[in-house]
Write a protein that binds this ligand. Structure first.
Ligand code: 3H9
Length: 653
């Protein structure tokens, strides 16, 4: 091996068997920052002219190949050399360049690899073009080279979904040429040596395989419908489907599109979400605090919520002991959990061996004492203070004193539940969203007495469950339901002031919510919120504005979609505007002598978003939420707020 050449602070190389092995070392993810780009450019120039170099291998230090362009550089003036320029030099080199993918090759990272003449990956590597998730399109050749390599339909799928694929699947797609069985860099060096002196396969020179236009059209329509007005997926469709034109033309179009999107509000919003997700796990007071080890999780209450939590826990490798009130109820819970696992098998998310392994880690019981081996117990029983405190007091007698107790309450005060237990410091809230095996958000509730390592345990378990944990303080409804209440309240004020349910829903859906608020109410059923309002009636502030319309609907039996009518009517199951609802709303306005006025979509949004942001400000002032980006994450991941708008706090900033 030759001595190391430093091409820049982050790019160095040694020559092995005549092959220049270039290593990018730019922690944390080897992003293609300016120093990496200029280092690569110098390495390529060296390789081209050095007589002792017959080929090049490019690889990454650490566990990533290249995580993509440096997202932190977006928004700053571009510095030469640009990534497309470096990539063009890779593809055009007269000597073979082999990409040795030691880990994730994402975005610009995969674009570097696509321009190499051969790609070999370690089994743990993954590749993808996640740019659409950042509101942009690949900007260094991805939309033009990937279709040349794997065809338009497959490229369309990968680029517009932004999903990444593991090495084996990448090999099936023919994105990579080999998965290294032994040492990755040695394999890549051998490949470079074998290619030396032979004609090189340049991806940019390949012809895009002919494809049935009807098939492409069908796929494109589906993608655009799913994008709900976002620009990046639509532009990605356009660029990929037109990739069978001269490379230079396609690249110029791609670059211009990339630059325009990069500077858009949509991209800024999605970048905000990207960094917010990483920021949310940094919790004050937990630096250096070790979580308690968790292997076995107890779940009390095996209804819909408990079963969903069980499926998430089994999927993450935990052993699960489910508790319900009777042997029959426990057995029914077991069947429900197995049913959900079977659905995962049917959809291909779980293979038979995985199913058997998960089933073997599940047991159910009606005896508290059987929860003794648990390291963490999550309760998902009826949301009633007496029921929950009774359960925790019983658990105190059977589980180890260092085991963690979590309540999944939505509206009760977990401090009160904790206070009724022998060790309040081991109690926290884990507020899952339904269905718990699907929804990514998990509010982790820091109670007044929660010990730091107990909170750290909640966060560590959430991560292992592949959830997005957001820490919240104690308040009625925590972060999400507090904001949702403000949003709901504002919608009802708007009804009284002059807007109709379908007008409010249309404004929200246009904005990007998957469904308008009143349509969601109807789908969920109106009775639970009605019961809660009745419970709260006695303690409600009599001087606060209260809208009775929802109560009137419930009294009239309009309990939602299941009842065939709610905020809308559902003849033949199809949602339609119901004049009867308009009459009820008009009567409510008249009763309060409100003179209604028309609201534009813009005004409706202004009020709805304003109400959310105002409540968010209150949560920050009360220190319930640590940062406004946490609030955005909660609303995006738990309540359908469109990610490409950045969340209610970002949207109002
Ligand atoms: C692109 O490539 C455009 C091109 O087409 C065109 C160019 C012309 N930049 O996720 P982690 C930080 S667009 C800057 O916890 P993991 C992250 O903020 C890009 N920083 O690690 C965090 O910082 P901190 C397309 C980045 O091991 C730290 O790294 N690429 C970037 O769980 C660790 O992150 C993507 O969208 C970046 N690109 O996962 C890939 N990436 O410690 C985005 C990460 O201060 N990245 N950081 O909080 C990922 O998917 C994951 O980070 C990865 C590692 C799988 C790589």
């Amino acid at each position: 091996m030759s001595k190391t050449i430093e091409f820049s602070a982050t790019v160095s190389a040694t020559t092995r068997n005549g092959v220049l092995v270039v290593t990018i070392d730019n922690p944390p993810v080897n992003a293609t920052s300016v120093d990496v780009r200029s280092g690569l450019e110098k390495a390529l120039a060296h390789a081209e002219t050095a007589p002792d170099v017959t080929g090049v291998v490019v690889t990454g230090a650490g566990k990533t190949f290249i995580g993509g362009a440096d997202i932190k550089e977006f928004g700053k003036p571009a510095t030469e050399p640009t990534l497309p320029a470096v990539i063009e030099k890779i593809e055009g080199l007269s000597k073979p360049v082999v990409a040795a993918l030691n880990g994730a090759a994402l975005g610009g990272g995969l674009e570097v690899a696509l321009a190499c003449h051969y790609r070999v990956a370690s089994p743990a590597a993954q590749v993808g073009l996640p740019e659409v998730k950042l509101g942009i399109v690949p900007g260094a050749g991805g939309t033009q080279r990937l279709p040349r390599l794997i065809g338009i339909p497959a490229a369309l799928d990968l680029i517009t979904s932004g999903r990444s694929v593991k090495a084996e699947e990448a090999l099936t797609f023919r994105i990579i040429d080999d998965v290294a069985a032994g040492d990755l860099v040695e394999t890549a060096i051998s490949a470079a040596s074998a290619l030396a002196g032979k004609p090189l396969r340049r991806t940019g020179d390949l012809t895009v395989a002919a494809v049935d236009p009807a098939e492409v059209e069908k796929a494109s329509v589906k993608i655009l419908a799913k994008a709900r007005g976002q620009k990046a997926p639509a532009e990605a469709v356009r660029l990929v489907t037109s990739s069978n034109r001269p490379l230079a033309e396609g690249l110029a179009d791609e670059r211009a599109t990339f630059l325009a999107l990069r500077d858009s509000r949509e991209a800024a919003a999605l970048r905000h979400v990207f960094f917010a997700e990483r920021e949310s796990s940094k919790v004050e007071g937990l630096e250096g605090v070790e979580p308690r080890p968790v292997k076995t999780i107890g779940i009390c209450g095996l209804g819909l919520m408990g079963s969903g939590i069980a499926v998430a826990a089994l999927g993450a490798g935990y052993s699960v002991i489910g508790l319900d009130q009777t042997v029959e109820a426990a057995e029914k819970g077991r069947e429900r959990i197995i049913g959900l696992l079977e659905r995962n098998v049917a959809s291909g998310r779980l293979d038979q061996a995985g199913f058997e392994a998960q089933k073997a880690r599940l047991s159910v019981t009606a005896e508290d004492v059987d929860l003794a081996p648990c390291d963490l117990v999550v309760e998902a029983v009826f949301d009633d203070l007496a029921v929950k405190t009774d359960l925790f007091q019983r658990l105190d007698k059977v589980i180890r004193p260092d085991a963690v107790l979590a309540t999944n309450t939505s509206y009760l005060n977990p401090d009160e539940i904790a206070a009724a237990t022998a060790h309040p410091e081991r109690v926290l809230g884990l507020h899952f969203f339904s269905p718990a095996h699907v929804m990514r958000l998990l509010e982790v509730v820091r109670c007044a007495k929660t010990a730091p390592d107990v909170l750290a345990t909640g966060l560590a378990v959430a991560k292992k469950l592949r959830k997005l944990p957001v820490v919240t303080g104690v308040t009625e409804g925590f972060i999400g339901n507090r904001i949702f209440s403000a949003y709901r309240r504002e919608a009802e004020f708007l009804l009284e002031d002059g807007a109709l349910p379908h007008e409010i829903d249309a404004a929200l859906e246009d904005y990007g919510f998957p469904m308008g608020l009143f349509a969601v109410y109807d789908m969920a059923g109106l009775e639970i919120a009605w019961a809660r309002r009745k419970r709260q009636a006695a303690t409600r502030n009599p001087s606060a504005r209260y809208v009775e319309i929802a109560d009137t609907l419930c009294e009239a039996g309009r309990l939602g979609q299941k009842a065939g009518r709610g905020w809308y009517a559902y003849p033949d199951g199809k949602r339609t505007i119901d004049p009867e609802v308009t009459t009820i709303i008009e009567a409510a306005r008249a009763k309060k002598c409100i003179v209604p006025r028309a609201f534009s979509k813009g005004e409706i949004l202004e009020r709805m978003l304003g109400a959310m942001a105002l409540e968010g400000e209150a949560l920050l002032a009360e220190r319930i939420a640590a940062r406004s980006s946490d609030i955005d994450l909660v609303m995006i991941n738990g309540y359908g707020f469109p990610a490409h708008k950045g969340g209610p706090m970002f949207a109002k900033a």
